[in-house]
Design a protein around this ligand. Structure first.
Ligand code: 4GX
Length: 257
């Protein structure tokens, strides 16, 4: 899979391409990645990429011609590429979209600066408008890195031996279980005993319970959307009964009075 980023700040990606999983994915030919300067496609002597907005007002707008030339020139060398514009007006990025994008041959990510890009770019030249969340950035570059990061780890072989974890059916819709490493006692806090027991099935059960209950407590909205397995429903039922038991003790005046 390939990623080509169109930006006026390609140097922002130098460090991004050269660390961790992204670097390894490039070295193992799982992805081909580059950042191209939109300025290279500006025809005038000063290679201007922005201009004042029609209708007046503050701020600048990215001119359509250099952007269109950059997108077309990139797309013609990359068959099957989808073009993505990073913008607060886009569909909000999530794991489902990451999976959808990971199934494409490649992405051309258009990173705007200033107040945005000339609207006429969007109609013919952009396949997806994507927002990484409801907040305002100073440019699309960090948003582009986030998309590339989330998509790359879904590419088969990109995570090395950990692919199964990324694809694990429940790992997408539930929060991760709690993690622990040595020492087994840290500042008077013990690691849950079952994790030291070597009982693989019990450890798996504990991890699912940890995932389900962390999701319920920290991100209940994720549970509302999810199709729950029998085991997940059993975990919620068990804790539901436990909560009811505690409330019953109060109602019967056996506690806290
Ligand atoms: N998720 N920004 C883009 C300029 C801009 C505006 C409109 C194209 C169209 C953002 C986000 C984000 C700020 C990046 C405005 N470019 N991008 N920039 N949230 O806030 O993706």
């Amino acid at each position: 899979m390939f990623f080509t980023v169109l930006t006026i700040f390609p140097e922002m990606f130098d460090s991004f391409w050269n660390h961790g999983i992204i670097r390894r994915a490039i070295e193992h030919n799982k992805i081909v990645a580059s950042a191209v300067n939109i300025r290279n496609y500006a025809k005038d002597r000063h290679q201007v990429t922005d201009d004042r907005p029609y209708g007046g007002g503050s701020g600048m707008v990215m001119k359509p011609e250099p952007l269109a030339a950059a997108i077309r020139d990139t797309a013609k060398t990359l068959n099957g590429a989808k073009t993505v514009l990073l913008t607060p007006q886009g569909r909000v990025f999530d794991q489902k979209m990451a999976r959808e994008l990971a199934s494409s041959d490649g992405l051309i990510l258009v990173c705007g600066r200033y107040e945005g890009v000339d609207e006429r770019i969007c109609h013919d030249l952009i396949d997806y408008e994507i927002s990484i969340g409801d907040y305002v950035l100073t440019g699309g570059e960090l948003a582009g890195m986030i998309i590339i990061d989330a998509v790359t780890r879904l590419i088969p072989g990109a995570l090395g031996g950990e692919d199964a974890a990324a694809k694990d059916s429940f790992s997408d819709d539930l929060l991760e279980h709690a993690h622990y490493t040595r020492p087994s006692n840290f500042e008077d806090q013990e690691v849950p005993e079952v994790l030291l027991s070597g009982h693989h099935q019990e450890i798996e059960n504990w991890r699912l319970e940890s995932s389900v209950m962390r999701t319920l407590l920290k991100r209940p909205d994720l549970l509302h959307k999810k199709n729950l397995s029998r085991q997940e429903r059993e975990i919620l039922g068990k804790w539901g009964r436990e909560i009811e038991r505690i409330l019953d003790l109060y109602q019967n005046g056996k506690k806290g009075t």
